[in-house]
Design a protein around this ligand. Structure first.
Ligand SMILES: [Zn+2]
Ligand SMILES: [Zn+2]
Length: 587
């Protein structure tokens, strides 16, 4: 493959919206930084004469490219257009046009010619990336002795828009190329939280180097601490957070010296003092109203949250507000607009990794919290290590394999775990608690299903799916999701204490373990069927009922059975499917 091409993510977003979202064919021009393989601009050729099999650029597009080159430092890089399904390669007609374009643009070293198709069912090759409902296949034409060579080009996405959003920076439009003392940079006006209007200058090697941030009012650039050890998409957010903390500290010191000088009887001083104290020591104040219920030792405790969806994000928030000091959050997904109505996330979080967005919520509540973020699936993190660092494990994922696997690691390491799950439409739900001596997750869920089948209600297995939590993604009222998550959070808070801590939360959780009632079922609807049909005789049932079941582990269970028969979850290997096929084909 030829030299890779760097493409800013906002350019890909624009191509996805204008070209990828409609049936072929559509097209437009690509521009970028001069003398560099970096695409930073897309001009859509909206009025082109297109058919299902043909895109012919307009004279308007040629004029628009010329105007843009005259007004900014951006230079023409090539043309992107779409093809019908099954044709993710340039046609022979396209190739004739590449030869002509190279002839007309003698300064162009390489003519970029990506093709967009709606082929999303076949695997992506190294020169292709997914583009919403479409894919984009990158090609480049370079001059050769006998005309030109056309070759696939590997795209490298530069996450400019995602990094800005992640850092809470709102740019006024996409960054545009400008000349600054002989160097070409991307520039944009933006609102930087805590600093107001700024100009951001991004070099050609961003995000390897920090952007230059020029405040509209101030004495020159803000110095960002740029940590290359941090994943690229998180780097700007981290730098801005550090900058804001430094500024808050400065202001606090100024306030303190002002107070000392002016005397304590000044109006509003007490309130200002409380604000300054909250900034200095948020954790102490977090406990001001929970004395006897929670212990300040929570600041030294650590929780692992696997899954940061509606339940996980809410639990992260509640545990942070309750004073838990350290979090590790694992989730591979991004926040989508549909998540906002039923999670702790905000519109500004859309497009961010859920793990990052949840970490942001925790830090906004308690800036001194320690948060580890893994935007990854449970298979792709070192679960043994993460579980070992945690005092309690919260399994808030809707993936049944992940529930069982994370549960196994927790049990093996002797860490208590809490498994919240929702039933159909969040009309009911469950919380399972496991700890050394209790039934494991697999035994608890298997046992309850069998017991309820025995009671004669054949509908049980069909209408719930005990323990899999797979119905969690269904539409359901957030208050009902919170009902289950709140009880899981209360259990987790209790389990973060030792059994002999003299606080209410510890008595709650360790009482459950002592009684063995580790499987709680909840109904949110009036006379929810589990209660109406199975507990008919119980008085005063309406809604928000609960049932705390006793469950037993099997003595031969590899997770919670006799210690000698337990298996180490780290020793598990995914089956080698190709090897199994080879064996079967050989039979
Ligand atoms: Zn074509
Ligand atoms: Zn078991």
């Amino acid at each position: 493959m030829l030299t890779p091409v760097r493409v800013a993510d906002f350019v890909l977003d624009a191509i996805a919206a204008r070209v990828g979202a409609v049936e072929p064919e559509q097209g437009g021009a690509l521009l970028g930084l001069p003398g560099s393989d970096y695409v930073t601009e897309f001009i859509h050729d909206a009025d082109a004469a297109t058919t299902g099999t043909r895109y012919q650029n307009t004279d308007w597009l040629i004029a628009a490219i010329g105007a843009r080159e005259a007004a900014t430092a951006a230079r023409f890089k090539g043309i992107v257009h779409s093809h019908p399904r099954g044709m993710p390669v340039p046609s022979s007609q396209d190739q004739a046009e590449y030869a002509e374009s190279l002839r007309l643009n003698p300064l162009l070293a390489r003519y970029l010619a990506p093709i967009v198709t709606h082929d999303v069912d076949t695997p992506l090759a190294g020169h292709e990336i997914r583009l919403g409902p479409a894919r984009i296949s990158f090609y480049g034409a370079e001059r050769a002795a006998d005309g030109f060579v056309l070759a696939p080009v590997r795209p490298v996405v530069v996450p400019v828009a995602r990094m800005l959003r992640r850092a809470g920076i709102r740019p006024e439009g996409d960054p545009a190329a400008i000349d600054v003392e002989g160097a070409t940079l991307l520039a944009t006006q933006a609102q930087l939280p805590g600093f107001g209007a700024v100009t951001l200058l991004l070099g050609a090697d961003f995000p390897a180097t920090a952007p230059i941030v020029l405040p509209e009012h101030g004495d020159g650039p803000l110095a960002l601490g740029w940590d290359l050890g941090v994943p690229a998409v998180e780097r700007l957010a981290r730098a801005v957070r550090t900058l804001r903390r430094g500024r808050a500290r400065d202001r606090e010191e100024r306030d303190a010296s002002h107070r000392d000088g002016a005397g304590a009887d000044e109006a509003g001083t007490e309130e200002q003092g409380a604000v300054a104290a909250a900034r200095r020591d948020p954790v102490r104040l977090l406990f001001a109203r929970t004395e006897g219920i929670l212990s300040p030792t929570l600041a030294d405790r650590s929780v692992l949250i696997a899954g940061a969806g509606s339940v996980g994000s809410y639990m992260a928030e509640v545990l942070a507000r309750s004073g838990v000091g350290a979090f590790t959050i694992v989730d591979p997904d991004e926040v989508e607009a549909v998540n906002v109505g039923r999670s702790a996330y905000r519109v500004a979080d859309v497009g961010l990794g859920k793990a990052f967005a949840a970490a942001e919520i925790v830090l906004a509540i308690n800036p001194s919290a320690r948060v580890g973020v893994h935007a990854a699936r449970h298979e792709d993190v070192d679960l043994a290590a993460l579980v070992a660092e945690a005092d309690v494990v919260v399994v808030a994922t809707d993936d049944p394999q992940a529930q069982a696997r994370v549960g196994h690691f927790a049990y093996w390491a002797g860490r208590p775990a809490v498994f919240p799950g929702l039933y159909q439409g969040a009309q009911g739900g469950e919380v399972i608690i496991t700890a050394e001596g209790s039934a494991c997750f697999a035994c608890a869920t298997g046992g309850v299903r069998a017991d309820l089948e025995e009671t004669g209600s054949n509908e049980v297995a069909a209408r719930t799916d005990y323990g899999t939590g797979r119905l969690i993604a269904e539409p359901g009222l957030l208050t009902d999701v919170h009902h289950v998550a709140a009880i899981a959070a209360k259990a987790a808070l209790g389990l973060l204490h030792s059994p002999d801590d003299d606080v209410t939360a510890a008595r709650f959780a360790h009482g459950i373990l002592k009684a063995g009632t580790t499987y709680a079922v909840f109904g949110h609807e009036p006379d929810y069927w589990i209660f109406a049909e199975l507990m008919r005789a119980a008085p005063a049932q309406y809604a928000y009922q609960s049932l705390w079941l006793t469950v037993a582990g099997r003595s031969d269970c590899p997770v919670c059975g006799e210690p000698a028969g337990r298996t180490d979850p780290s020793a598990y290997k995914e089956p080698d499917v190709d090897f199994i096929r080879t064996l079967r084909d050989g039979e």
